[in-house]
Write a protein that binds this ligand. Structure first.
Ligand SMILES: Nc1ncnc2c1ncn2[C@@H]1O[C@H](COP(=O)(O)OP(=O)(O)O)[C@@H](O)[C@H]1O
Ligand SMILES: [Mg+2]
Length: 603
């Protein structure tokens, strides 16, 4: 008996629609794109329960006449291209004629009212009701020119899809991201995002994107932006990119647009980051808004139904233009010289170690041996940063490479003796069992994690800041903050609204480093938000504690002094579970003397 069957058309359309409409934010994106294509100057997005219950998008664009409105929900109905050859010169955001039909097939109902701007006086607008993917009613509507689309019960009849949706606030955060991103690139349109009871975001039409950027990224970032520009025959690049002092822990703050379309192009993001090479440390990312205008024939937006990816015909050329433009703008600012290590901490070194004012100077630390005349120990007397480089390449053969008396007088538990640090990654020690290598970051994470857990259990995790820190949150982050409110409080944060998009942070978890700079606090919050999961039930709490432990810990690549190494090992020995880091990686390995003998053929 035949096993292969053809799917019925309804199933096919639901599967295809799933590629375009993944979640409420995809509906908002498609509807907003339609409004932009229709030449709107005002777009209002209203949602209830993160768009799961209701999404309403209203514009004052061209509208549709009765005939167009009646077929707009048909599959592949589009007024934007008329054949395959047009695919080469797409200048509108939409072109596949799939959005409205896809939305209709995954929502319980869609209502549209519209009136063509070009229609004569006295001609009524049109109301279209779609239920279960089929047009149920077309009639008159007394409305002004423009279009309103109301989507109710997204995935209402597709429980398998609905299950994947997050909480209302988490979905709202994604919607905020879509709306704010378009408010930047389409600055001639005023946008408003309204959720249930309040305005989440509002922009006013303006002749540049600066105003929207300020509303989204905050005053501090806006003040630190420089303009980039490049032009060739087929491509033009414009943008506002952050100075290298403004960095983030993820590349999410690099917004890229191609021909006015919001895209997540890895090539472009990489090209932007490349412009900052050597200026910002690995693991940190710049903030940037970059818009590419390119001959439509040289870019393919038809890579994926959601149209968030693009393919360039000459990707390397476009990427190089972006990188050069970023670099040139930073140079012009006189800032594209790599920061010198000897001039104190790199500007992006966000964490201030407890008990210190800035990151510890390279060298032996307070109890290390200072052997006069020897290279590489005198912290501070190394203007060119030469010595610290030397130490990085020859870590075991520097002035620190021997023990000092003070440390020997106070032996480490387990009969361990520190020999030095290798590659700024491992502590090298010898013990009764053999040669021991300790992964400094894994060990530090373990120590922090156990300390934090104990503090959490004892209810003493919160640490008041001497001077409260003020944060400017983007609309998306403000929504996430509400979502995370109780969890953050339980983890020791005290964050209160401070007017507009500003928030005052009065207390933070005692993660072992002093979170006293705005960016450091902001980073921790962003990392938490990125976990995506909220709650203080055991697993979520553990995950948060792990993240905080990681944040506060000595990093790989950190040049450790003697005292620091000893303190870390003592801390590790005092742990309940010293063998692994909180993520399960080993903290140390021992090469036994027997193994060493075997390796060297002594036995
Ligand atoms: N807000 C709107 N204002 C005017 N026309 C619209 C609007 N939304 C949709 N339309 C019309 O409906 C058609 C179908 O929309 P859609 O399914 O999103 O496909 P596409 O945008 O790819 O053409 C559009 O081509 C356009 O003619
Ligand atoms: Mg469309």
């Amino acid at each position: 008996m035949a096993k292969i069957k053809l799917l019925d058309p309804e199933a096919v359309s639901k599967i295809a629609a799933g590629e375009v409409i993944e979640r409420p934010a995809s509906v908002v994106k498609e509807l907003v794109e339609n409004s932009i294509d229709a030449g709107a100057t005002k777009i209002l997005v209203e949602v209830v329960d993160g768009g799961k219950r209701l999404i309403r998008v209203t514009d004052d664009g061209s509208g549709m006449d009765r005939e167009d409105a009646s077929i707009a929900f048909e599959k592949h109905a589009t007024s934007k291209i008329s054949g395959a050859c047009d695919l080469d010169r797409i200048s509108t955001l939409g072109f596949r004629g799939e959005a409205l039909s896809s939305i209709a097939s995954v929502a319980e109902s869609v209502d549209m009212v519209t009136k063509a701007r070009s229609s004569g006086v006295g001609v009524p607008g049109t109301r279209v009701r779609v239920e279960g993917g089929r047009v149920a009613e077309v009639g008159d509507a007394g409305v002004p020119a423009g279009t309103t689309v109301v989507v109710r019960g997204l995935f209402g009849e597709i429980p398998a899809r609905r299950k994947y949706l997050k909480s209302g606030r988490a979905e709202l955060a994604r919607i905020a991201e879509v709306v704010t991103s378009y408010a930047v690139i389409c600055h001639w349109i005023s946008f408003e995002l309204f959720s249930g009871e309040r305005t989440v975001f509002k922009s006013v039409r303006s002749d540049s994107w600066n105003d929207s950027i300020l509303r989204i990224l905050g005053r501090e970032v806006a003040r630190n932006l420089v303009s980039i520009e490049a032009e060739s025959k087929f491509v033009s690049v414009t943008g506002s990119v952050g100075r290298e002092t403004v960095t983030r822990s993820s590349p999410d703050w690099i917004m890229t647009y191609v021909n006015g379309r919001l895209v997540r192009s890895r090539a472009l993001i990489r090209a932007v980051a490349e412009g900052y090479r050597t200026l910002i440390p690995t693991g940190r990312h710049p903030v940037a808004v970059v818009s590419i205008r390119i001959d439509p024939a040289m870019v393919d937006a038809n890579v994926h139904p959601a149209k968030t990816q693009v393919r360039f015909l000459k990707e390397e050329v476009v990427a190089a233009m972006v990188t050069d433009a970023v670099r040139a703008a930073l140079m012009k600012e006189g800032r594209a010289e790599p920061p010198k290590t000897a001039e104190g901490p790199a500007p992006t070194d966000l964490f201030v170690p407890e008990g210190g004012t800035v990151a510890p100077a390279p060298g032996p630390g307070p109890v290390g041996p200072v052997v006069s005349g020897e290279v590489g120990t005198g912290g501070g007397s190394d203007p060119g940063g030469l010595v610290s480089d030397l130490q990085r390449t020859l870590p075991l053969y520097s002035g620190r490479g021997r023990l000092d008396l003070e440390i020997e007088a106070e032996p480490l538990p387990g009969g361990l003796r520190v020999l030095g640090q290798a590659l700024c990654l491992y502590i090298v020690a010898e013990g009764p069992g053999g040669l021991v290598l300790v992964d400094q970051h894994a060990a530090a994470e373990r120590v922090r994690y156990e300390t934090l857990t104990k503090k959490y259990d004892a209810g003493t995790i919160s640490q008041e800041l001497i001077v409260p820190v003020t944060l400017e949150l983007s609309p998306k982050e403000a929504v996430l903050l509400e979502e995370w409110g109780p969890t953050l409080e339980e983890m020791g944060f005290d964050v209160q609204p401070f007017g507009g998009n500003a928030y005052a942070v009065r207390a933070v978890p005692a993660i072992g480093v002093r979170l006293e700079r705005t960016e450091a606090v902001h980073d921790v919050l962003r990392d938490l938000f990125a976990l995506g999961r909220v709650g203080t039930e055991a697993t979520a709490r553990e995950e948060i504690l792990k993240l905080l432990a990681c944040r506060g810990s000595i990093k790989a690549g950190h040049d450790m002094g003697w005292k620091e190494m000893h303190d870390l090992l003592r801390g590790l020995f005092a742990c309940d579970n010293p063998k692994t880091c909180p993520h399960g990686r080993p903290t140390s390995v021992t090469l036994s003397f027997a193994e060493l003998e075997k390796i060297f053929g002594r036995r």
